[in-house]
Ligand binder design. Structure first.
Ligand SMILES: Nc1ncnc2c1ncn2[C@@H]1O[C@H](COP(=O)(O)OP(=O)(O)OP(=O)(O)O)[C@@H](O)[C@H]1O
Length: 254
């Protein structure tokens, strides 16, 4: 298992956003987390990526205990997450966004940037190569020098993915990557996620678009009020009574 989570719990005052969740992410597969609004999905992502400290529980990544590691250290170990496209720098180019994002995610301070040594320059060259590779992978190399403000929404999603890929991850966390794009764009983004898995990356995604999740995921975990209420293949999840109940009156999962 690439990622193992044991009894993971996060309380915000009296509210238990994530409640004793046991969960595993197998290497090389696409795993999805679904659940109604407020179910705890984003909090779960924030916990495993080191942005929130768990109240209880344990997180193992590649066999290493990362429960109390800060986000930049988790990133350096090979876990990357996407953020909303609103966090991109609109006036900067696509390439600069990837370069800046890569540094922000894997560095804790500015000291290594200020000490402008030869080692530092070599590292910058490596960063540049990785950023260009990532743009190739997501199909954005032609837009590398466009400001983010002029590119379409789907391309912005691809920039967000390139940002994650440029940190050289083994596990990529995608947080609602298909939100706010149309049906054709959603299909194209799904193809890109498949391409990531085909290249050996492990993908964990939160997604509200059920058709996309059902078509993509090898395994799905369902959260409701912070608890895991089901886990299984898309087929198993579709037929699960608890899942159907949790979604009644909300979105359709069929
Ligand atoms: N920093 C915080 N402080 C207090 N409560 C929080 C905080 N972050 C999340 N919560 C609460 O925890 C619960 C779970 O929220 P979370 O955003 O993880 O759900 P979600 O499943 O991602 O929802 P959505 O699908 O709407 O994004 C909600 O009741 C939310 O109000």
């Amino acid at each position: 298992m690439l990622l193992t989570v044991e009894r993971l719990t996060k309380r915000f005052g009296g509210l238990t956003a994530v409640n004793r969740v046991d969960f595993q992410v197998p290497e090389g597969q696409i795993t999805a987390i679904i659940g109604p609004n407020g179910a705890g999905k984003t909090t779960f992502f924030n916990l495993i990526s080191g942005f929130h400290q768990p109240t209880e529980g344990k997180i193992l990544f590649k066999g290493e205990d990362i429960t109390h590691l800060p986000a930049h250290k988790v990133a350096r170990l090979g876990m990357a997450r996407t953020f909303q496209t609103t966090q991109l720098f609109e006036q900067a180019t696509v390439l600069d966004n990837v370069l800046i994002g890569q540094r922000m995610r894997t560095r804790s301070g500015l000291w290594d940037g200020i000490l402008n040594t030869r080692r530092h320059k070599e590292e910058l060259n490596r960063c540049y190569e990785k950023a260009v590779d990532a743009l190739h992978f997501v199909g954005l190399v032609e837009m590398a020098h466009f400001p983010v403000s002029v590119i379409p929404q789907e391309a912005k999603k691809r920039v967000a993915i390139a940002l994650a890929l440029a940190t050289d991850p083994q596990l990529v966390l995608l947080d609602e990557i298909a939100a706010g794009v149309n049906a054709d764009e959603t299909v194209r983004l799904a193809r890109l996620i498949e391409k990531m898995a085909n290249h050996g990356l492990t993908v964990l995604l939160i997604e509200h678009k059920m058709k996309m999740v059902m078509g993509l995921a090898d395994k799905i975990m369902v959260l409701n009020y912070g608890q895991k209420i089901a886990e299984g293949t898309p087929e198993e999840i579709r037929q699960d009574k608890k899942v159907i109940e949790a979604y009644l009156g909300g979105e359709q999962i069929a």
